[in-house]
Design a protein around this ligand. Structure first.
Ligand code: SAH
Ligand code: SF4
Ligand code: F3S
Length: 451
């Protein structure tokens, strides 16, 4: 049925399509599928709103800020649609999987033609066909946990680096987080499908594979007889070819020594572990439903560093979770000082409707959250700088990704530990491995010289 609508839309002549993606890499990977479907329907990509015949917003709901940005763009698109009434506007992804938001959008934003949730990607061609045929379509938020979209074509933005989703959904229900509500339960892809996809990518010249899941450490648990994440890593590593393997995210309660051993033994797996701790207070970790203690967390890190002395460790921290006291916060600062992460993503707690923490009555005032954020960043910035300094003079083999944001004679790449490094080199080396000597360490990046 889905293939039939691809053909029907393609027969209408195609056009230009723009996809705007918010949120995490899982959403980016979903956008690769939207790009694939649009390409099969005869649409060529554009980065210019005025030029587009269809604009798809693939949205995120993890924090309020992400949602406000979507509402902002929807407002701006109203004027564009007035100028170009044949423009089709579609909104999909995590934000609209929440029924109250989808209702709001269909009520207040009549410039939006199509709304579909995270489980209904394969309905997109049919919905688009209906709209192009002049009919109004209903939103589709149905929850289909069976179809993993294996048949949907994927078109990636670049040839040498690929996001590969290994599992969808999340079972963890951390009390602050909306993801399990908008992404459904954990569904792993079959390892054979993952291996064939990566084998084909590598044969096609891909040099970097990022394995994705909200909690990759529970990969395979939902399929009887399927391998676990450690074995999957080893199997991906065994695919012939010169390429790198990264993965995210890991949950501290599920990561095992077996996974760390596999990381250490697989030469293609990069020396980076992103292991979100969220906070340094055992009391709050319990209320967050994280199901580990700081002590258990630090033991994992110690084991990983023992196995891989050059490992880079990064984390996520939430500031201002309901009921966070000065003492809880101090414990988070102390944890940062003890663990010495290479870098940390700090997020101010954002109330998400439908989650348990939303209705906790001890919300932390905004001003206090702001102060704590500043303190935490100051502490972490010093640690990051010190960690980066240790790399000065070392030689790193990196994949040249593209031109840096500020200067198009400067290229950027990431070290094995996922640190940004900028260096001068010819654009023709984009997509190739080079060796770079680190000449200067800054807080958020490194500068290097190609050797
Ligand atoms: N599944 C991943 C994280 C996905 S969301 C994991 O568990 O590691 C990415 C990060 O967003 C989380 O680690 C958390 O730090 C942050 N986050 C999630 N919900 C949030 C909220 N309501 N407010 C602020 N930050 C949040
Ligand atoms: Fe959210 Fe927790 Fe699942 Fe991560 S593990 S997506 S933080 S519920
Ligand atoms: Fe956002 Fe959905 Fe990812 S809520 S962080 S886009 S899973």
């Amino acid at each position: 049925m889905y293939g039939e609508y691809i053909k029907k839309v393609a027969a209408l002549g195609g056009g230009k399509a723009m996809i705007i993606t918010f949120g995490c890499q899982q959403n980016e990977a979903d956008s690769d599928k939207l790009r694939g479907m649009l390409a099969s329907m005869g649409y060529i990509p554009t980065e210019c709103r005025e030029e587009a015949d269809i604009i798809v917003l693939n949205t995120c709901a993890v924090r309020e800020h992400a949602e406000l940005r979507v509402f902002g763009i929807l407002g701006a698109l109203k004027a564009l649609k007035r100028k170009n009434p044949s423009l089709v506007i579609a909104v999909c992804g995590c934000m609209v999987q929440q029924a109250h938001i989808a209702d709001d959008i269909s009520r207040k934003y009549d410039q939006v033609d199509i709304i579909f949730g995270t489980h209904s990607r394969e309905k997109f061609p049919q919905m688009l066909y209906e709209v192009l045929s002049g009919r109004k379509v209903e939103k589709d938020l149905s929850e289909n946990e069976k179809d993993l979209g294996e048949d949907i074509p994927v078109v990636r933005k670049n040839k040498f680096s690929a996001l590969v989703t290994i599992m969808y959904g999340c079972n963890n229900f951390c009390t602050y987080c909306i993801v399990p509500y908008v992404r459904g339960r954990e569904r792993s892809r079959k390892s054979d499908n993952i291996i064939s996809e990566i084998t084909a990518l590598v044969a096609d010249g891909c040099k970097e594979i990022m394995l994705l899941g909200q909690n990759v450490n529970s990969y395979g648990k939902d399929i009887e007889g399927e391998c676990n994440f450690a074995t999957l890593l080893r199997r991906v590593n065994a695919i012939p070819g010169d390429f790198l393997i990264r993965f995210m995210s890991s949950h501290p309660k599920d990561i095992t020594n077996e996974v760390i051993d596999a990381m250490a033994e697989c030469e293609k797996v990069e020396r980076h572990l992103h292991l979100p701790v969220q906070c340094g207070s055992d009391r709050l970790l319990k209320i967050m439903n994280r199901r580990y203690t700081c002590d258990a967390y630090e033991k994992i890190i110690a084991y990983a560093r023992e196995k891989m002395p050059d490992l880079s460790v990064t984390s996520d921290i939430i500031i201002g979770f309901p009921g966070e006291t000065d003492e809880d916060f101090e414990q988070t600062v102390d944890l940062l000082k003890r663990v010495k992460f290479d870098s940390v993503y700090t997020f101010i707690y954002s109330r998400r409707k439908g989650t348990p923490a939303y209705s906790m009555d001890n919300q932390v005032p905004q001003a206090i959250k702001g102060e704590r954020m500043d303190t935490l960043m100051q502490v972490q910035n010093e640690i990051s700088k010190e960690k980066n300094k240790a790399l000065e003079g070392t030689v790193q083999r990196v994949l040249v990704e593209g031109v840096s944001k500020n200067d198009d004679t400067v290229m950027c790449a990431h070290t094995s530990g996922a640190k940004t490094v900028n260096f001068k080199c010819d654009k023709s080396l984009i997509g190739q491995f080079v060796k770079v000597k680190i000449t200067e360490a800054k807080t958020f990046s490194l500068t290097g010289k190609i050797i």
